[in-house]
Design a protein around this ligand. Structure first.
Ligand SMILES: Cc1cc2nc3c(=O)[nH]c(=O)nc-3n(C[C@H](O)[C@H](O)[C@H](O)COP(=O)(O)O)c2cc1C
Length: 165
């Protein structure tokens, strides 16, 4: 599968087979996140892949939907620092989102399903991971072998949202 195909076949998956994800696949997904670009190449982040049931449950306290704790793997991107880019946006959420996009495309290539999660309580997640409260957690990603095959969700027409000037 090439990147273009992965972009097209990826769907958010919220039901997973009760099958563990092989460690080499987890490592490949973390590696994709590690290799992703970051503002000024600062890489002020940590990537976690959580398979421990108790830790996953604690990560869901105060927010994330119940299916998150049921996923075989929960990825978390954690970032430190309050830096803003010149454009006014914070580095941690932009860098973290890009890294998780790379991770999700790698997972798709490996036959894994994923769902990005922004409904979590980042303080609860930091605590569950043993990090201090200064760490931000802009995004979680659930991951595992899909147990559903959803249709592609609708997108706005390209004429509405894409312009070449
Ligand atoms: C930043 C972000 C946060 C999201 N948070 C959640 C979430 O908390 N819970 C959830 O079930 N899906 C979440 N999603 C998944 C979106 O609902 C999904 O990507 C969207 O409906 C499009 O569907 P698709 O991914 O299958 O194309 C999130 C997606 C993104 C990009």
């Amino acid at each position: 599968m090439n990147v273009s195909e992965a972009i097209k076949v990826r769907r958010s998956i919220r039901k997973y087979k009760d099958v563990p994800v092989e460690p080499e696949k987890i490592n490949a997904v973390l590696e994709a996140a590690r290799l992703s670009p970051s503002a000024r190449n600062r890489q002020e982040w940590m990537f976690y892949a959580v398979t421990d049931g108790k830790v996953k449950k604690a990560m869901c306290e105060g927010g994330a939907s119940p299916f998150v704790a049921e996923a075989p793997v929960v990825l978390a991107v954690c970032a430190i620092g309050d830096r803003l880019m010149n454009c006014g946006h914070d580095v941690s959420s932009v860098d973290g989102s890009i890294a998780m996009s790379f991770a999700v495309l790698e997972a798709t290539e490996l036959g894994l399903g994923t769902c990005m999660i922004g409904s979590h309580d980042q303080k609860a997640v930091a605590k569950a991971l043993g990090l201090s409260e200064e760490w931000k957690v802009p995004l979680l990603v659930t991951m595992g072998y899909p147990d559903e095959t959803p249709e592609a969700r609708p997108r706005k027409e390209s004429a509405e949202v894409c312009k070449i000037l």
